[in-house]
Design a protein around this ligand. Structure first.
Ligand SMILES: Cc1cc2nc3c(=O)[nH]c(=O)nc-3n(C[C@H](O)[C@H](O)[C@H](O)COP(=O)(O)OP(=O)(O)OC[C@H]3O[C@@H](n4cnc5c(N)ncnc54)[C@H](O)[C@@H]3O)c2cc1C
Length: 354
């Protein structure tokens, strides 16, 4: 039976007969949505299932590197763009300048809504408010019915059900904590403060009338509770008032172990493609979503761009392993990184995924 996108409003319905799709994508983050749009553009009958009712919102700072994604985003999605980056460690502060923007900020809700609109316009079927509960050889079981697939894409984030179904373990994870503070903030800041965050860092990413203030650490270096306490201590030290805020945390998977497993694929955080060093994951999710779409249609498709990203991600992991050995090492390396940025020995794009 043919299924038309317009049949699905955001409200899930009960489906009795199993609907068959060429490709089923689980997860409507940037990875799933980019994959759905690219497949639909190629005429593939694709279904995307998202458990949240409303696509887009996610615990995230919304920073996108200009080299990776920023330059390609429609201007209406960009909240603020920064040609300077203020990077500090306990002993030094450096301001990096560039003639073009280095990082922009986006609102994740607007980004998700716009990507969903594009995917729908290209012909993808998107059903939100539906949780995939089980995965079988040729179909998935959801809260509203079963859907058959020829290809399955796991774009279901850091706690991916598809990844677990494939039996792929996840040990390398980061934790990010974030709150969105109202007000006008001027500088985009990165604070490599090893006393509070070991080999991680805290940030201030200004948006239009607010700022994302948060911190990212490797999960192996501290628990979520310790991160929360240290984040509070750091905010107090910086005189940032978060007393009426409820910081929200989420995991970031950087344990990449492959993306293609016969007719099943993983993209974005489900594949572990975020940077372990910085937690940057939006661009890796979008690039991997698009590349997997091409591979599904043509197994001989060019994967060079994705391969370059994977190589960079490995370099970030090696650097993280080096920095994260102990507190002394973190302190020394943070100072060395800031010094390297200051003298130009380390170009800022070394820290970016794009
Ligand atoms: C605090 C914090 C700050 C961050 N800041 C940045 C930043 O500034 N820049 C950056 O590039 N990255 C940042 N990241 C990382 C970035 O948010 C992720 O890497 C990115 O969202 C990954 O996209 P994705 O599509 O792979 O997964 P997600 O965006 O996590 O999307 C997965 C989707 O799958 C859905 N899903 C999961 N399970 C099921 C199921 N069983 N059935 C149906 N749907 C399901 C989820 O509801 C979700 O919508 C940050 C992360 C955190 C935690």
């Amino acid at each position: 039976m043919l299924v038309f996108a317009s049949q699905y409003a955001t409200q899930p319905k009960k489906y009795h007969a199993m609907q068959q799709f060429h490709t089923v994508i689980i997860g409507g983050g940037p990875g799933g949505l980019s994959c759905a749009a690219a497949l639909a553009k190629k005429g593939v009958k694709v279904l995307l299932l998202e458990r949240k009712q409303h696509l887009g919102p996610k615990v995230c700072a919304g920073g996108v590197t200009w080299a990776g994604l920023g330059a390609k985003l429609p201007p209406e999605l960009i909240e603020r763009s920064f040609q300077t980056q203020k990077i500090s460690s306990p002993w030094q502060t450096v301001t990096i300048r560039s003639p073009t923007p280095i990082i922009s900020t986006v609102n994740r809700e607007k980004l998700g809504q716009q990507m969903a609109e594009k995917a729908r316009a290209a012909g993808a079927t998107i059903i939100s408010g539906v949780t995939v509960r089980e995965i079988h050889h040729k179909h998935v079981v959801t809260s509203t019915g079963n859907f058959g697939y020829g290809f399955l894409v796991g774009a279901d984030g850091s706690s991916s059900l598809v990844r677990r179904y494939l039996g792929i373990p996840t040990t390398a994870m980061g934790i990010g904590i974030n709150c969105q503070l109202n007000g006008k903030f001027n500088d985009m800041e990165w604070c490599l403060d090893s006393k509070h965050f070991g080999c991680g860092y805290a940030w201030i990413f200004p948006h239009q009338d607010s700022a994302s203030v948060g911190a990212y650490v490797d999960r192996r270096s501290m628990t979520g509770k310790t991160l929360l306490n240290r984040f509070h201590a750091w905010c107090t030290q910086r005189q940032i008032d978060i007393t009426d805020q409820r910081p929200r945390a989420a995991l970031i998977n950087y344990d990449f172990r492959g993306y293609g497993f016969d007719n099943r694929f993983l993209v974005g955080d489900a594949a572990g493609l975020a940077s372990g060093l910085t937690g940057e994951g939006i661009y890796p999710a979008i690039l991997s979503g698009e590349t997997i779409a091409e591979l599904i249609v043509d197994p001989a498709a060019d994967t060079k761009k994705l391969q370059r990203l994977i190589d960079k991600q490995h370099r970030h992991q090696r650097l993280l392993a080096c920095i994260g050995r102990n507190r002394l090492c973190s302190t020394f390396c943070s100072e060395a990184v800031v010094l390297g940025l200051r003298t130009g020995l380390i170009p800022i794009n070394t820290l970016e995924m794009g």
